[in-house]
Design a protein around this ligand. Structure first.
Ligand code: A2P
Length: 257
């Protein structure tokens, strides 16, 4: 039995020469939980070239959204970067992954900590009303090198404001969106690890420091950042969760990019 099906590209938007987003059709039989990833790919020289991609749309959506880097000699992305509306994409049969609400214990606040395209699973979760039903406050942070790389996150939050399912939560101020560029002047110009360590991240938003009693966290981004935050949470008494044993934080081990 085949490990994937074919979907059709519905839209493509290029953000920078390194970043783009695209949407595809979705078979009604395709099941995933908001925040999960799936293998996607293309037939290249008659062989499927597949990579793990976070699904950036919520589980209720009829289409699938993805957010991707372009690597000039990347086996998949050099081809994926050229896709056009109407092209076919291979999509695995089901989603999987650790960045799901079921892997976390109930809490007051949910922190979503991303660098770069690590924002993709959170693009799914911030558009799922269940996220706001579980938490009083949701804090989405994205750190990138350059300001232009933050645009996808700004567009996402702006569009979600008018979303029929989650718009009311955003308009009520339940989502904080923190965007930082580390290598260009911007509102915040340092790594999140540094802003958390000196407390300025919390004081900027009137938030209390991370507390394992009330706070939950999801981490997705560069390996170095994931390792640093994992340690930071463990040092503060947070335990890692999974669907079979929910905890206080989770991080995506399969993320590359
Ligand atoms: P910096 O510019 O200081 O390296 P990359 O493109 O290397 O994956 O990095 C994406 C973003 O993540 C950059 O803003 C980078 O900051 C930041 N970053 C990289 N490593 C860490 C880390 N260990 N902790 C926090 N932020 C990090």
């Amino acid at each position: 039995m085949s490990k994937y099906t074919e979907e059709t590209v519905l839209s493509v938007k290029h953000y920078t020469d390194r970043l783009f987003t695209f949407s595809t059709t979705r078979k009604p039989s395709f099941r995933f939980r908001s925040g999960e990833f799936v293998m996607i790919g293309l037939m290249i020289n008659d062989k499927p070239v597949m990579r793990a991609y976070s699904i950036a749309s919520p589980e209720w959506d009829e289409k699938l959204d993805f957010y991707s880097i372009k690597v000039p000699d990347g086996p998949l992305t050099q081809h994926l970067a050229n896709i056009e509306v109407g092209d076919k994409i291979l999509v695995g049969l089901k989603g999987t992954g650790t960045l799901v609400l079921d892997a976390l214990l109930p809490g007051k606040r949910l922190y979503m900590l991303a660098t770069g395209t690590g924002i993709a699973p959170f693009a799914s979760l911030i558009r799922d009303p269940v996220t706001y039903e579980h938490y009083d406050q949701v804090i989405l942070t994205q750190t990138c090198r350059e300001v232009a790389e933050l645009q996808y996150g700004y567009d996402l939050v702006k569009e979600s404001m008018d979303d029929p399912l989650v718009g009311e939560y955003l308009q009520a101020g339940k989502l904080i969106h923190d965007a930082a560029a580390t290598r260009e002047p911007h509102t915040h110009t340092r790594r999140l690890t540094e802003r958390v360590a000196d407390g300025s991240f919390f004081s900027d938003y009137g938030l209390p420091e991370f507390n394992p009693e009330t706070d939950r966290a999801m981490i997705c981004g560069s390996l170095a950042m994931s390792i640093d935050f994992k340690k930071m949470f463990e040092d503060r008494g947070f335990t890692e969760g999974s669907v079979s044993s929910p905890g206080q934080f989770v991080y995506e081990k399969s993320f590359v990019g």
